[in-house]
Each structure stands twice: as structure tokens, then as C-alpha cells.
Design a protein around this ligand. Structure first.
Ligand SMILES: NC(=O)c1ccc[n+]([C@@H]2O[C@H](COP(=O)([O-])OP(=O)(O)OC[C@H]3O[C@@H](n4cnc5c(N)ncnc54)[C@H](O)[C@@H]3O)[C@@H](O)[C@H]2O)c1
Ligand SMILES: [Fe+2]
Length: 382
């Protein structure tokens, strides 16, 4: 067995009404004047007031200017806005975009360096103030990961900042925060959560701990996602999605994600497809490529999905897992082809070269992919 570390937010608080613990957590962490970092979609939906209602009036600031899939400049503006205002803690309320921005903000408030210098692994030197994350999508799992993803417009790529200092002190995961999530965001972020679980389970860095989390995540997310998509007020489905996404975040935050994410990255960076959509469109094709080397793991996935398998051979099972993956993307109405998103066919070679550079993720993938194989996967997705 190889040595494996397990990283997470320091404290996880889950369940209905979990947001009511916020005041106690702030006082435990000594935070008197937090900044709530969120976006306009969340603040307009009413979800934000579930959080701010817990805080003393005039004891906090709200910054709600985070756009979806943020660029570096978003953090620079936010730092400039909040500096000198005695902020002593950060509360992230939102999907991955707001949470990732808040995570980078929390490590940037006390420093003057460029945000772009933080890209890569272990380039953050410290975090001076506490950080609490409250997800409103289910989800990215960002509330428990040591990663933040930002777009770098200079080379049209989405890039990761990886550092232990990005791990929140507390993650508060409550289904009621996700009820107002629009159906298209439920779909995209829900497939992202499923991909986290599947990629963590197939990762070469999977451990007994991440396996347990990933398989439980699949059993919760796979049946719940179409229900949460069809009826956003279905609280049971929302609960299974919120917890499933948390488990998937814990799994991939430690085992890593693989080629689905690596091939999705250039689609986000170049054509601004959302993270969830780019993952969804690549998912069936990368899974097919991975099936050749991970057959036994596909059998476990079939049983986590509770598929009623026709036939007995491993090939039969693998084929039906692949069908189930295509079907769930269809059920939540995510377009199945790159062509649908207007991606030009002549760009495929460039996309393959860009994806092949995402070695931080490709090295986790069970099958080592050459640039030609990556190009072939994009062609199948076209
Ligand atoms: N750090 C990580 O570990 C990690 C993992 C996966 C993805 N990501 C990143 O997360 C981002 C995507 O995050 P996302 O999929 O959660 O979406 P998002 O944060 O971009 O939100 C999408 C839209 O949904 C709206 N929204 C979110 N929750 C809502 C709610 N409860 N009610 C009403 N509107 C709501 C937002 O206002 C926004 O307009 C990408 O930048 C991606 O790269 C990070
Ligand atoms: Fe993801």
C-alpha cells in the first residue's frame, strides 16, 4: 500500500439547518468582521439571506461581484475593494466560482504578490484569516478541496492553484442552500460531482478511503440528479446531491481527477463552456477509453449505480455503465457533442495539444493517453 494523506476542510457541518451554526463557528474562530463573498445569482435567489440572517447587522460586508468561471482580475478587484476595511474572516457562499474566488482571496488579502504567481502546486505561503465555505451548488466539492480554479486569459486556459492553505476551516453543507439553483446549473454542477466520484474511483492514486467515499457518492448522486433536475424543490434529492457532492469532493480532493477534467479544461479556457458542461461532453468518451484498463472498477460502478445488468460478461457490464453515463447526461438535457457548442472541428488538434499539457491531472488517469489518442477522443466527442 502506498502512503496516502487525507486532506479536508478542518470541520464539516451537514444537514438541514446547518447554516444556523455559522455564528458559533465565527465566534470560535475569533472572527468579528467577516466578508461574505458571493455572486449576483445567489444574492438575488434569496439563498444569501439564509446566511446573512445568521449575522449581526452591520458586522459584516457583502461582495457579490463574482462572475461564473472567474478570471484572475476578479480576485484583484475583490482584494482592492476589501483591503483596509478590517475584514478578519471570509465566508464563501456560492458555487465553485464564488468559493474558488473566496479561497484565493483569503490567501491574497495579506500579500502584495501577483495572483498569477500562485498557479501550480504549493506556491501559496500562508493564510492569515479564517475561511468558511457554504456551497450553493452540488457541486464542485470546492468546500473541502485544496484547489481553486481560475481562468488565465493570457493563454486562454483554466488553471489550478493547489495549496493546503486553500482548505477551509469549516464547510457547512446544507441542501436548503441549493434549492434555488436553476435546472441548468443543477445539471452541469451535478454531472461535475458525478465525474469527481468516477474519476477519483478510477484514479491511480485511489486509496481505501477515497474508494469508500467515491462509491457512496455514486450511489447517492446517480439516482438523485435526474430528480433534482426535474424538480428543484425535491428536498430529498437535493440532500442526496449535496451530501453526494461533498463525498465526491473529499474523494477527488485526495485521489485527484483525471482525463475527463484534463480534456474539459481547454473547452472552458478557449470557448467559455462552463466547467460542468465541458466535463459532461467529454465524460462518455473518456470513460470509454478508460474502460479498456479499468474493467473491474466498472463492475463496482455498475453496482453502485444499481444497474440491472443484462448479460454476465465484464464487457456487458462495461457497455451498460457507458450507456448509463450517456443516458444521465441526456436526462439532464446536456448536449452530447462539441459541434453543438459551436466548437470548430479544425481546432481539435490544438485542443489535444493543450489538454496534453494538463499533466497535473493526466498523471492520475488510469490509462496514459498520447496526444494522438486525446485527439481521437475529441473527434469522437465532436
Ligand atoms: N476548487 C475545486 O475543487 C473545483 C472543483 C470543480 C469545479 N470548480 C470550479 O467551479 C466553477 C463552477 O462552479 P459551479 O458549477 O458550482 O457553478 P458557478 O459557481 O459558476 O455558478 C453558476 C451559476 O449558478 C448560479 N447559482 C449557484 N448557486 C445558486 C443557487 N443556489 N441559487 C441560484 N443561483 C445559483 C450562480 O449565480 C451562477 O450564475 C468553475 O470555475 C470550476 O472550474 C472548482
Ligand atoms: Fe470538476
Amino acid at each position: 500500500m502506498q502512503i496516502a494523506y487525507f486532506k479536508s476542510a478542518k470541520k464539516l457541518i451537514t444537514g438541514n439547518g446547518a447554516v444556523s451554526t455559522l455564528k458559533d463557528e465565527l465566534s470560535r474562530l475569533g472572527v468579528k468582521r467577516p466578508a461574505v463573498i458571493t455572486d449576483k445569482g445567489v444574492s438575488r435567489s434569496g439563498g444569501l439571506s439564509l446566511v446573512t440572517d445568521q449575522l449581526q447587522p452591520n458586522s459584516f460586508l457583502v461582495y457579490d461581484d463574482i462572475p461564473p468561471e472567474p478570471e484572475i482580475s476578479v480576485i484583484e478587484n475583490c482584494v482592492a475593494e476589501l483591503r483596509g476595511k478590517d475584514v478578519d474572516g471570509i465566508i464563501a457562499v456560492g458555487g465553485g466560482s464564488a468559493m474558488d474566488s473566496a479561497k484565493v482571496l483569503a490567501v491574497s488579502m495579506g500579500h502584495n504578490g501577483k495572483i498569477s504567481a500562485l498557479f501550480g502546486e504549493n506556491n501559496v505561503s500562508s493564510r492569515d484569516i479564517p475561511l468558511i465555505a457554504i456551497p450553493t451548488t452540488a457541486g464542485t466539492g470546492s468546500e473541502v478541496t485544496n484547489i481553486a480554479i481560475l481562468s488565465d486569459p493570457e493563454d486562454q486556459l483554466k488553471k489550478g492553484i493547489v495549496s493546503e492553505y486553500l482548505l477551509p476551516d469549516v464547510a457547512i453543507v446544507a441542501a436548503e442552500m441549493t434549492v434555488s439553483c436553476p435546472a441548468n446549473v443543477t445539471a452541469a454542477s451535478g454531472i461535475d460531482a458525478l465525474v469527481h466520484a468516477l474519476e477519483a474511483y478510477l484514479s491511480v492514486n485511489a486509496s481505501a478511503i477515497t474508494d469508500a467515499l467515491a462509491i457512496k457518492a455514486v450511489t447517492m448522486i446517480y439516482p438523485a440528479l435526474p430528480k433534482a433536475f426535474a424538480n428543484g424543490k425535491d428536498l430529498e434529492a437535493r440532500e442526496n446531491m449535496a451530501t453526494g457532492s461533498l463525498l465526491a469532493g473529499l474523494a477527488f480532493g485526495n485521489a485527484g481527477v483525471g482525463a475527463v477534467h484534463a480534456l474539459a479544461y481547454p473547452l472552458g479556457g478557449r470557448y467559455h463552456l462552463s466547467h460542468g458542461m465541458s466535463n459532461a461532453v467529454m465524460l462518455p468518451h473518456v470513460m470509454k477509453a478508460n474502460a479498456e484498463v479499468s474493467r473491474e472498477r466498472f463492475v463496482d460502478i455498475a453496482s453502485a449505480m444499481k444497474l440491472e445488468i443484462q448479460g454476465h460478461s465484464t464487457e456487458d457490464i462495461v457497455a451498460q455503465v457507458l450507456d448509463a453515463i450517456e443516458k444521465i447526461c441526456r436526462d439532464v438535457e446536456i448536449p452530447a457533442t462539441l459541434k453543438h457548442f459551436g466548437i470548430p472541428e479544425q481546432d481539435i488538434q490544438t485542443l489535444a495539444v493543450e489538454a496534453s499539457k494538463v499533466t497535473r491531472l493526466l498523471r492520475n488517469n488510469p490509462r496514459k493517453l498520447t496526444v494522438d489518442e486525446i485527439e481521437e477522443i475529441y473527434r469522437q466527442a465532436f
